[in-house]
Design a protein around this ligand. Structure first.
Ligand SMILES: C[S@@+](CC[C@H](N)C(=O)[O-])C[C@H]1O[C@@H](n2cnc3c(N)ncnc32)[C@H](O)[C@@H]1O
Length: 299
């Protein structure tokens, strides 16, 4: 398994065998996976007309000062439809992650880390894809701050919070993470757990803001991570190059999301950690254009 580990990983070996099955390396699977970002871009483009025609913006949008809010609205429309489909695959990893049952990228039948508990900071919750999971863990959770700047997502998030019966605990903070300190809404070293699921690819100044997020964790607090990141060296230089080329287009179609971020490095360097259990999911194939990391970092 160690061949699969990016250099950023430090932790003790997993205490149970990996539960994931080996990748299917058929030519069709490889081709489909390589073309996946192009399919995603096309899908996103299909949400462009309805966003244009439902917007109070002046055409042509790209020449108006409202382009950022237009792009947020476009992405909000896109993600509210596509997010639930992405969730179907991601939940096989994210649900055990938030329950503490992921270690060394493998899903375990029992917790290796404590589940989410106490005060939780959810960064970029979008339309609230994980509220039902948060609800199932809510007996140990006292408060959740959902820091979400995209207005188009916020009302869907509010609906998800209500559907998950989390109104008493879940507070939507309608800001970008970069504005949280100035708003004074959440105190430094007051948070037991941070969760970032597919959002560190989208935040501005990621290296700085990941460090900033670290400061919200209490000593002993934990950061639960599931993120797509830049191609690993083990995938070969052609995969790295292919990803770099895709990333010329990708952010424009996917709400500013970046494909080539060195998130594992920035997380590791965010501050002193007592444990880093962060890895590629077991069985991740070499031909992934959007390789992921998953795990828990403990302050
Ligand atoms: C790909 S979506 C993922 C949403 C959700 N975490 C999920 O798993 O479905 C990325 C999210 O990050 C949010 N985001 C973008 N910039 C952000 C920022 N500066 N601070 C916090 N969240 C941000 C976006 O609005 C969006 O909801």
């Amino acid at each position: 398994m160690s061949d699969n580990l990016p250099p950023s990983v430090q932790s003790s070996p997993p205490s149970a065998p990996p539960s994931q099955s080996p990748p299917d390396d058929s030519p069709l699977t490889i081709l489909t996976t390589l073309l996946f970002p192009l399919k995603f871009i096309l899908l996103s483009t299909s949400f462009l007309p309805r966003t244009l025609f439902s917007s109070p913006f002046v055409f042509p949008i790209p020449f108006t000062s409202s382009y950022d809010s237009f792009q947020s609205k476009w992405f909000g429309n896109f993600w509210s439809h596509v997010g639930p489909l992405v969730r179907i695959n991601a939940s096989a990893l994210v649900v055990p992650l938030l329950s503490g049952r992921i270690s060394h990228g493998a899903t375990l039948p029992y917790p290796r880390h404590p589940p989410l508990q106490g005060t939780v900071l959810e960064v970029g919750p979008g339309s609230g894809m994980w509220t039902s999971t948060l609800s199932s863990l809510s007996q140990n959770i006292t408060k959740i701050y959902g820091v979400e700047p995209n207005e188009s997502n916020q009302h869907l998030l509010a609906q998800s919070v209500k559907a998950a019966n989390l109104q008493d605990k879940y507070e939507i903070v309608p800001l970008g993470i970069e504005s949280l300190a100035a708003a004074g809404k959440v105190q430094k070293e007051s948070v037991d757990c941070i969760m970032t699921v597919m959002c560190l690819c989208s935040i501005p100044e990621p290296q700085f803001n990941i460090k900033e997020l670290y400061t919200y964790l209490k000593p002993g607090g934990r950061w639960y991570v599931y993120e797509h990141v830049k191609a690993f060296e083990r995938q070969g230089k052609w995969m790295g190059l292919y990803q770099t080329v895709l990333n010329f287009f990708w952010p424009h179609f996917v709400g500013g999301c970046e494909m080539c971020r060195d998130t594992p490095k920035w997380l590791r360097e965010a501050g002193p950690w007592s444990e880093i259990d962060l890895c590629e999911p077991v069985g991740s194939p070499w031909y992934q254009t959007m390789p992921h990391i998953i795990g828990v970092l403990t302050k």
